[in-house]
Write a protein that binds this ligand. Structure first.
Ligand code: PEP
Ligand code: CO
Length: 417
């Protein structure tokens, strides 16, 4: 990426802090090299575009889209090893740490870390971004043509009928609004209809991120040119750790996951380290508490945050605190329930509404593919359905229907954000 794109993102994040934009950050948990193909990439963009159209309509403000893509290849794991029963024998191998480190197949060779994957990661990330840029330049994301964003595998019945009708109604009303503004000669129309995507990934492998960190002509400081928005995960946010140390040295905006284990002192200290000048548009706080914990853990953090007068954009990740393991046909599968996701979102929304801190956006794991990884939602996916098409290499993602449902809930109910 370029330093001027990074600076543009910082400006837009600052606007989001002021309530002028809503942020939608989403994509795979673990992006795979094998999915660096036109179909899966375009489908992911289509879901993000459809969701943003619903959000723009409901929230009456532009949506800033940030993909978890073009470099989301490294995964932190709770356990260094994984044990499976293979041919009646227990076998223990290193865990899968993402395509940047090793491979997902359960055999010795695949699970052995391979440093050449760092180079392959760079190539796949560059190819992905290049393809996204050509799609956007070619008019794929033009708001005048939302019909381009229909997913091939879905018939008109892909969304439940009521949502489909509402979606078509929004699409028509948006097209009318655009025509009306164009007729008035509205000058902001180009800005409104120009759709951009920014990239983000967890800056977990510092070999990967730091080797792409450079100075650039005519600007001060160091830029991580592998992505627009690197973030620090919940497992690597130690204040005296390498990830905070690396991220405090770069000019990019930086995200940090805020889990239930984070104290308000640690939060304020992290903000001081990562954004010492307390600038708008520099820091993104991603709350991921879990539906059962959010009401107890989030309000005290928001209270201290607002009293400290810190700048930062708060997003809610209603996925990572709600992961659980279920047994399906003898296998252990990670899933999340759409009900828990919606519950955490609603409770987080209430917590924000009681403070002066703004809920600035959403961080989710989704895919444009027709997967069965999260249970619940309008289609009523059950645990026994999970094995039908479970394709994630890591955490369970929302499928198209479930992601759209989320967008509709936000558009309908989040009036005060
Ligand atoms: C993730 O975003 O995939 C992730 C691992 O999140 P967290 O650090 O919040 O657990
Ligand atoms: Co994840």
């Amino acid at each position: 990426v370029t330093s001027w794109e990074i600076e543009r993102l910082r400006t837009q994040l600052a606007e989001a802090e002021e309530g002028k934009r809503f942020v939608l950050q989403g994509g795979d948990c673990a992006e795979g090299f094998a999915d660096c193909r036109p179909g899966p990439i375009a489908d992911k963009l289509k879901v993000l575009l459809q969701m943003s159209m619903v959000l723009v309509h409901g929230l009456k403000r532009p949506v800033l889209r940030i993909g978890r893509f073009a470099g989301q290849y490294a995964k932190p794991r709770s356990s260094m090893t994984e044990t499976r029963v293979v041919d009646g024998q227990q076998r223990t191998l290193p865990s899968y740490f993402g395509d940047l480190i090793n491979r997902a197949a359960f055999d010795e060779q695949s699970r052995t870390p391979d440093p050449t994957l760092l180079i392959a990661g760079h190539a796949h990330a560059a190819t992905t971004l290049n393809f996204i840029r050509s799609l956007v330049d070619g008019g794929f994301a033009d708001l005048h043509h939302p019909e381009y964003w229909d997913l091939a595998f879905l018939s008109k019945a892909g969304l439940p009928p009521l949502l489909r009708t509402e979606y078509e109604r929004m699409r028509a009303s948006l097209a009318d609004g655009l025509r009306f503004m164009e007729a008035l000669g509205e000058t902001t129309i180009a800005e409104l209809t120009r759709v951009e995507f920014f990239s983000s990934h967890e800056a977990l492998s510092l070999w990967y991120d730091s080797s792409q960190t450079r100075t650039v002509p005519r600007r001060d400081g160091y830029y991580n040119l592998s992505t627009h928005l690197p973030w620090i995960g919940d497992r690597t946010r130690q204040l005296d750790g390498a990830h905070v140390e690396y991220c405090r040295g770069i000019k990019n905006p930086v995200g940090i996951k805020v889990g239930p284990g984070m104290s308000s002192d640690d939060l304020l200290h992290a903000a001081q380290l990562l954004n010492p000048a307390n600038e708008k548009g520099k820091l993104v706080l991603i709350a991921r508490m879990g539906a059962g914990k959010v009401s107890a853990h989030l309000p005290p953090l928001l209270d201290k945050w607002s009293k400290a007068g810190r700048h930062g954009l708060w997003l809610v990740d209603p996925m990572h605190g709600n992961t659980r393991a279920v047994q399906v046909g003898g296998a252990t599968i990670k899933t999340r329930s759409v009900d828990d996701v919606l519950r955490e979102l609603a409770l987080a929304h209430d917590s924000f509404a009681r403070t002066s801190v703004r809920l600035g956006g959403l961080h989710i794991e989704l895919t444009g593919e027709d997967v069965t990884e999260c249970v619940g939602g309008a289609a009523g996916l059950r645990e026994e359905d999970l094995t039908t098409n479970y394709a994630s290499f890591c955490d369970p993602r929302l499928n198209y229907q479930q992601a759209m449902e989320l967008a509709f809930v936000i558009a309908r109910t989040f009036r005060r954000i």
